[in-house]
Design a protein around this ligand. Structure first.
Ligand code: PBG
Length: 323
């Protein structure tokens, strides 16, 4: 039994910065952060993303310089998203060793070999219809798509990627990718599974940033935002299929899901603070309603407190610069 007032006075440990820092339970450092970036082919100059203040599409031809700057700032991991000018029905550009995805990986590893390079393994940025796989009679065909995802992962691995992050939300995708990587001679390339990925309205700014014109929605493959038990099933299935890291996406509106997965899995757990979460903070701060610096640290800290070990965030660059 713990004593209560007046013996217990919790304010004793809140009296100074030193005491507060001493008993602080959670910390966020650059070691925990992954910076997602957008790389566009056939683009001459940096292109600002209107809905994500501070974020710009990087022209492929300037990728070397951009990567060196990111590494110099102290960022240790990046997630690559391609903005394609070669879209088709199946996203076949990602299956080519000279396609945008493979080129981005090679250039990133050449520019900063020590920077951990993660590839988003999906098709939506490379398909003309904007869906995450192959369409058969109106819907995305699960089993055909996971075969293609396996091929895409092998192309990424051959280009030198350090980690694969499947985000298509197809059933069996982790197992299909693991077996393709193993057969292809890449048993040591880890998989960070977007295991609990919700059909969220918070992805709006990303679709503009990545140039995916989605017709319709993704409700037939991404999860219903109102389901938490199902998120546990998704996560435990991905673990059983061989995922090395699990992920919850978006992050802040899903802290309950993060914390429940934390209690049921021993795998490292990632949270993805998505484009809409980023935009809300940026626009509210620009309007003078909140203190951006403090709010960013509070949200990242909340994700770690809820159980995240690592966080994907567009604030990584600001964080690196400001400490
Ligand atoms: C799909 C993908 C998406 C995001 C990351 N990977 C978009 C989607 O599922 O519609 C969203 C990220 C964000 O909003 O920041 N490849």
């Amino acid at each position: 039994m713990q004593p209560h007032f007046p013996a217990a006075r919790l304010r004793r440990l809140r009296a100074s910065d030193t005491l507060r820092d001493l008993v602080q339970e959670t910390t966020v450092t650059l070691n925990d952060l992954i910076y997602p970036i957008f790389v566009e082919e056939e683009l001459d100059d940096y292109a600002p993303v209107e809905s994500m203040p501070g974020i710009r599409r990087i022209p492929e031809r300037k990728l070397d310089g951009a990567i060196k700057e990111i590494a110099r700032a102290g960022i240790r991991s990046v997630m690559l998203f391609g903005v394609s000018h070669h879209k088709d029905d199946t996203g076949s550009d990602t299956l080519r060793s000279d396609g945008l995805m493979a080129r981005m990986i090679k250039r990133t590893k050449d520019a900063a070999p020590e920077l951990l390079t993660i590839s988003d393994t999906c098709f939506c940025e490379y398909t003309s219809h904007g869906h995450c796989g192959v369409i058969h009679n109106d819907g995305v065909h699960n089993d055909h798509t996971i075969e293609n995802l396996g091929q895409q992962a092998v192309v990424a691995a051959k280009a030198g990627v350090d980690m694969i992050a499947p985000s298509a939300m197809m059933d069996g995708q982790v197992a299909a990718i693991r077996s393709a990587l193993d057969r292809g001679g890449f048993p040591d390339v880890p998989i960070m599974a977007y295991s609990s990925k919700f059909a969220s309205a918070f992805y709006g700014p990303f679709r503009a940033a990545a140039g995916c014109d989605l017709k319709g929605d993704r409700k037939a493959y991404q999860m219903n935002p109102l389901n938490a038990r199902e998120a546990l099933r998704e996560s435990l299935l991905d673990e059983a299929e061989g995922a090395d890291i699990l992920m919850v996406k978006p992050a802040l509106p899903y802290l309950d899901v993060l914390s429940q997965i934390r209690q049921r899995s021993l795998l490292p757990l990632a949270a993805y603070q998505v484009s809409g979460e980023y935009a809300m903070i940026k626009f509210a701060a620009a309007a003078g309603a909140i203190d951006e610096h403090r709010v960013v640290r509070e949200t990242l800290g909340a994700m770690k407190r809820a159980g995240a070990d690592l966080i994907l965030t567009y604030f990584a660059m600001d964080f690196a610069r400001q400490g």
